[in-house]
Write a protein that binds this ligand. Structure first.
Ligand SMILES: NC(=O)c1ccc[n+]([C@@H]2O[C@H](COP(=O)([O-])OP(=O)(O)OC[C@H]3O[C@@H](n4cnc5c(N)ncnc54)[C@H](OP(=O)(O)O)[C@@H]3O)[C@@H](O)[C@H]2O)c1
Length: 249
């Protein structure tokens, strides 16, 4: 059977849950060897057994540069190169202007911006010509959301990174793009509010989506596999929204 990503080597950061896990599964189903990272060992082990024999888990915090060095040392040793990098690890929580702390800002920008930057920069020696780098953005990169300004600004930064990086990587044949989900049913989204308010949050967000529902992680995974593949060979520097139309109307 011909698969989109036969023989490719991929790294998915934050590959143990939600969008990252679904994407890692899709990349593996399309024939790639997949390395995944996350900070929690138990979740890492569970994700590796869910993805199957194509997966290798490496415990690492994407905001820690020494952890990133260890990740790339292991990939260099066992695979020798990378074709696909999905820099997806990230997240945030809600604080209105007036209550934002240094800790809140540093933690969110530390993972979503600084972590993404060094995840990509440190991958460059391993990335082969024809490689694909995909970052996880968000509809918040172009929209305002109450109490979510730090997270939203971090995703606007992510979107802008690829505009410049497409130029910095000129001549290397490496494409770099952002996939920007709308609300997707993941532990990360549900964790924004206490358990008893989760369904209310999901219903309120679904009501803002023209398709009238949340996205599923697998729907993002399929787009990540497409951007990673040669089918997207002339797509570069773009932000691809997967949001049921939420930020497009
Ligand atoms: N769900 C949505 O509605 C939505 C919408 C737009 C954008 N996004 C973005 O999509 C990405 C994935 O979110 P999700 O909803 O799938 O969340 P999730 O279910 O909470 O998954 C987040 C993943 O990232 C890992 N992670 C978090 N911080 C990390 C760090 N510093 N280093 C390494 N791994 C880290 C987590 O594992 P550990 O906790 O074990 O490290 C987990 O594997 C994020 O960038 C998020 O901002 C989500």
């Amino acid at each position: 059977m011909s698969r989109l990503l036969n023989g490719k080597v991929a790294l998915v950061t934050g590959g143990t849950s939600g969008i990252g896990l679904a994407s890692a599964k899709e990349l593996a189903e399309q024939g790639a060897q997949v390395f995944i990272t996350g900070r929690r060992q138990a979740e890492l082990d569970a994700a590796v057994s869910e993805i199957g024999s194509a997966a290798t888990g490496i415990r690492a915090d994407a905001s820690m540069l020494s952890d990133l060095d260890a990740v790339y040392a292991q990939i260099a040793k066992s695979a020798g190169h990378l074709d696909i990098l999905f820099a997806n690890a990230g997240g945030g929580d809600m604080q209105p202007l007036g209550a934002i702390t240094e800790e809140h800002f540093d933690r969110i920008f530390g993972t979503n911006v600084r972590g993404v930057l060094f995840t990509v920069q440190k991958a460059l020696p391993l990335l082969r010509e024809g490689g694909s780098v995909i970052l996880t953005g968000s509809t918040t990169s172009i929209q305002g959301t109450e109490s979510f300004s730090v997270y939203s600004a971090s995703k606007a930064a992510v979107r802008n990174f690829v505009r410049s990086w497409a130029l910095d990587l000129k001549g290397r044949g490496i494409r770099v793009n952002v996939v920007s989900p709308g609300p997707v049913r993941t532990p990360g989204l549900g964790g924004l509010v206490p358990d008893e308010h989760r369904q209310g949050l999901f219903d309120a967000l679904a009501a803002q989506v023209p398709l009238g529902r949340l996205g599923e992680p697998e729907e993002i995974g399929k787009v990540v596999a497409f951007l990673a593949s040669d089918a997207a060979s002339f797509i570069n520097g773009t932000e691809l929204f997967v949001d049921g139309g939420m930020a497009q109307v």
